[in-house]
Design a protein around this ligand. Sequence first.
Ligand code: F6P
Length: 320
Amino acid sequence: MEGIAVMTSGGDAAGMNPAVKCTVEHSRSLGYEPYLIYDGLRGLIDNNIEKAGNRSTSGIINRGGTVLRSTRSERFFKYESRKQAYENLQSHGINKLVVIGGDGSFRALNQFYSDFKVPFAGIPATIDNDIPGTDYCLGVDTALNMIRSSVDSIRDTANSFSRAFVVETMGRDCGYLAMASAVTCGAEICIVPELDYDLDKIGERLRIQLEEGRNFLIAIVAEGTGMSDYITRWVGDNLKMDARLTILGHIQRGGSPTVRDRLMAFKFAVAAVESLHRGETCNIMVYRSGNFGTLPIHKVTDTAHTVDPSLIELCKPLCR
Ligand code: F6P
């Protein structure tokens, strides 16, 4: 029986486990022998690879993170390591790979395809939502709900104590998490790499609101701006408010996947296995304007990511 292996790579994201489960089950239903690669690219090199038993993916659908664990392996850049990985796959009879992760992982697997012609299908998964060509990456909805719940709690104490809170969200260089959170959590300020901001205008707007009775405020700042400390000091000094900074950090990566992440995981996973079954070699599963599809890897890696313009418009009033 031909083997299909599934791995998770790069930053973990909620939805990876449902995607692993569905990849295994759908591959099996099409007559493949499913395998699990543990520890991402490092496990591929170190032959941390097991046949997926009938029960190996039960009880994981509700778990956050990835039961296959993940790494960011520098070793995979070396040809000798990739050769070792290829020999490992051959020894198990694995001819196809499903990789659940970000564009860095897809690039690595594309290099592996150039070297050894092992076809792969990529499932986009990162809370940053910054993979070109797809509107959605697994983990985003769970992360947004985690941020929403945290900001709702912060709002309670901010209101009770008449304070300003600056909340820093993850996202690397991408402001998507900050923008979607600022809009849906009712923040007064949003600072992201994608948008210019005007502190004088923000100050004028908020001073009027404070005079009218506002007693607390929330600012959401994307980590990629590096501005969280500065904005916290600025609020304290210019709006004369007691200001606190909360860096949400890795809490945003954890938690049981939401219904949306589970459903998206299943749809991406079926699409990935079907893509390999059709004989496609280097495709990434994407979701664009409400439709699922595939894109050749070069269309993903050669394009710059942009955030949904309608979300940007919703955020603009929070930047001035
Ligand atoms: O890419 C996901 C992400 O959580 C980013 O939002 C963040 O900048 C980075 O990973 C953190 O990386 P690490 O887990 O290695 O600290």
